[in-house]
Design a protein around this ligand. Sequence first.
Ligand code: PEP
Ligand code: MN
Length: 343
Amino acid sequence: MLILMKRDAGREDILRVKDKVSGLGYVPHEIPGAQRVAIGITGNRGKVDPELFNTMPGVEEAIPVTKPYKLVGRDMKPENSRIEVGDEVIGGRELAVIAGPCSVENWNQLITSARAVKEGGARFLRGGAFKPRSSPYSFQGMKEEGLVLLREARAETGLKIVTEVKDVLTLSAVAEVADVLQIGARNMSNFSLLEAAGDLRIPVLLKRGISATIEELLMAAEYILARGNYNVILCERGIRTFETATRNTLDLNAVPVLKKLTHLPVIVDPSHGIGMWDGVTAMALAGVAAGADGLMIEVHPDPANALSDGYQSLKPERFKELMEKLGRLAPVVERTLRTEARI
Ligand code: PEP
Ligand code: MN
């Protein structure tokens, strides 16, 4: 349920409502809005009677929310959420670009990638230290050593770090380094991990599972928000279909659908979406044209020798070209892009 407070509701009115919600055994979520405060109610104790709140001072209306997700929905919060990552924002007018190698492999590979993506204009460096791979015999990542390198790369370039968390066991180690925690497609329905990430306040980049519906993605995000971490960014990265010509089918329909249903930012990962480097730029531009708030792009200085996902990684010079094209597209879709490297 959503409790809309009156425009002139005082602090004491809001606190009274929140206390009542807690007293009934539910969790109140205060959602500040441009005009008025709303209070979302979550919990798994069944329906709440709106009449319990309708007569309280400062309450405009208690509205039942029938969708299986609540906090992520636009009913709860009509305005777009802007997720702050230090001095950067994901979900504003400016496009956010996250780029870097699939995996951290060694210092030279990481810092070369980091300098290249920074020069191209990205503000976020991606790179997995813990890699959940489909095969147990594929490269599993440098793990803790990779985290050390990511920390050093941030210190040297100032780029924000986006790195994947594979399980609850290693969450605290990854959270010490990550500016944004990536929860990958294979973990989208790992509810213990979603809850544990929900207990932190670090922004989470949640990728859509390979056979997850849009509603399932939203419910996975709801797990994180329900624990109080409202800093979630959704990522469309392609789904599995009958098509075998591409690694996945990048579902760009999901972008306008998600933007309608949720206030959370949505980014597109064309690298995993199409799975071949020479299709990445086209699908990146298409993603932004579809309304994405940003992109995640795999970039590697030597794709032929990459330990993971080399065939879908752009060389630095191709990434630069992509960013130049994106800079020309941005004003057409009423977005901005800063491509100059920040010193
Ligand atoms: C990745 O970003 O390298 C990755 C493993 O992505 P996904 O979880 O979407 O497969
Ligand atoms: Mn990858």
